[in-house]
Design a protein around this ligand. Structure first.
Ligand SMILES: [Fe+2]
Length: 132
């Protein structure tokens, strides 16, 4: 059973999908089950300070930066997108990024609570805080 906003990846062709509406079936691509991408918030093996999104309130919304330390934005290692979700998961905003762009998402909104996620092309999905 999938859950809303989960990410799954095909380890053969690279398809990367997000669940919009959950269902009971298993997600399959290239003839095998897709891998569920775990949302990391801490890590002993990877540099979490370069990956965990930081959400900061601004005068007219929020600013989301990737990491308390700069994450590389090189051709071979970069942040592919930053996503902002409302705590109730009713609103989703995603900004796709290219190498050499600044990994920042600025939103004008009347946001009370924002949960941010980002995808590093090497180190996977990271979340600002865990939600039940
Ligand atoms: Fe990374």
């Amino acid at each position: 059973m999938t859950k809303i906003l989960e990410f799954y990846k095909c380890n053969i062709c690279g398809n990367f999908v997000e669940v919009v509406f959950p269902g009971a079936g298993e997600l399959v691509c290239c003839g095998q089950p897709m891998e569920k991408m775990e949302e990391k918030n801490t890590s002993e093996e990877m540099s979490e300070e370069k990956h965990v999104p930081i959400v900061t309130k601004t005068q007219d919304g929020v600013e989301i930066k990737v990491g308390s330390a700069p994450h590389p934005m090189e051709d071979s290692h970069y942040v592919m997108f930053i996503e902002a979700n409302s705590a109730d998961k009713k609103y989703v905003k995603r900004k796709y990024l290219l190498p050499h762009e600044e990994p920042v998402l600025k939103l004008k909104c009347d946001c009370k609570e924002v949960v941010a996620r980002e995808l590093c092309n090497i180190h996977g999905v990271w979340i600002s805080e865990k939600q039940e």
